[in-house]
Design a protein around this ligand. Structure first.
Ligand SMILES: NC(=O)c1ccc[n+]([C@@H]2O[C@H](COP(=O)([O-])OP(=O)(O)OC[C@H]3O[C@@H](n4cnc5c(N)ncnc54)[C@H](OP(=O)(O)O)[C@@H]3O)[C@@H](O)[C@H]2O)c1
Length: 288
């Protein structure tokens, strides 16, 4: 494990250890995460360089594209290095108009796992996140969905189960069904609703994987962030990532990019150390 990649983390109850600096593959599909990218060769190059640079944790889903992102991962990296952990998610499907729709019935979950296996070229998926409903559904029951994934785990199609877009209550409900190794929710410098949940998961040794670490479709912008970046001789995006790494040891990063330049910039953030004074200023952004 490489210290220059943010140190390492072992998913609880597993033999899967990854560098804390990983990569999120959603940006490799076309515009609006739909259809093929404009430049598939660059998408392949981004993945190859990420792994060559030490990334051993890639986040994806078969509903990115749909199918496109997984097919690019397979083209770039199959046969996969032994240490590479690919985390995927199920629970949604795309409409012909690029819309995002729920797909949570047992049949849809089983079909989504098969789609991921086929398009990634795997016999078994390392980690499958149950992406629960859509934002704003609150504490909707998750037990039934997680039971389906637990059955697929027994059948050997899935090795480990995670959750996405969940509350602490849903996490507790899911955990009563099967071990949950990670939670993937929206969290970044300005979007900090999960602060108590992150601390709880840290105590329990469960990975917290923030999506939109850079603000997602609306990249983070803040004068304080820019000032701290200047003082740290880094870019604002690097500071946003370094802040997450320093926020809690169970946080794993999956910043997304379709660009080699941004990939290099983001990976270099793992080496950036922010002073307590800088952290204090960054913490003030969310409360301002
Ligand atoms: N569970 C869920 O519901 C869910 C939802 C959303 C995402 N995710 C996962 O989380 C991962 C990360 O989220 P995300 O990619 O949506 O958002 P993100 O990592 O916060 O930001 C990606 C955006 O920032 C840009 N960017 C990346 N690096 C940059 C840099 N150094 N300087 C300036 N701009 C930069 C990217 O554009 P360029 O391509 O031009 O670099 C892209 O527009 C995804 O890949 C996906 O795997 C999960």
């Amino acid at each position: 494990m490489s210290l220059s990649m943010g140190g390492s983390f072992t998913f609880p109850g597993t033999n899967l250890t990854v560098n804390r600096m990983g990569y999120g593959a959603m940006q490799l599909a076309g515009p609006r995460v739909f259809g093929p990218p404009k430049d598939p060769d660059t998408a392949v190059a981004v993945l190859k360089e990420a792994v060559a640079s030490g990334v051993d944790h890639i986040d994806t889903s078969d509903f990115y594209g749909p199918h496109v992102t997984n097919q690019i991962i397979k083209r770039a990296l199959h046969p996969y290095p032994k240490n590479l952990v690919i985390v995927t998610k199920v629970g949604a499907k795309r409409g012909a108009d690029a819309s995002w729709n729920r797909a949570e019935s047992p049949e849809e979950l089983r079909a989504a796992v098969d789609d991921n296996l086929r398009n990634l070229g795997l016999d078994s998926l390392d980690v499958v996140n149950m992406r629960v409903g859509h934002l704003g559904l609150g504490d909707a029951p998750v037990r039934g969905h997680v039971e389906v994934l637990a059955q697929l785990k027994k059948a050997g199609k899935i090795k480990h189960v995670g959750l996405s877009n969940v509350t602490a209550k849903q996490f507790a409900e899911a955990r009563a069904v099967t071990e949950i190794v990670c939670v993937q929710n929206e969290y970044n410098l300005v979007h900090r609703g999960d602060d108590p949940f992150i601390d709880q998961l840290a105590k329990e040794g469960v990975a917290y994987v923030p999506f939109f670490p850079l603000g997602g479709f609306t990249p983070l912008q803040s004068s304080t962030l820019s000032e701290v970046a200047k003082a740290a001789e880094a870019t604002p995006m690097q500071v946003a990532l370094a802040w997450l790494l320093q926020r809690s040891p169970n946080i794993l990063l999956i910043p997304g990019t379709s660009s080699l330049g941004h990939l290099r910039e983001n990976l270099a953030a793992a080496k950036l150390k922010l002073s307590p004074k800088m952290i204090e200023r960054l913490d003030s952004i969310a409360t301002a």
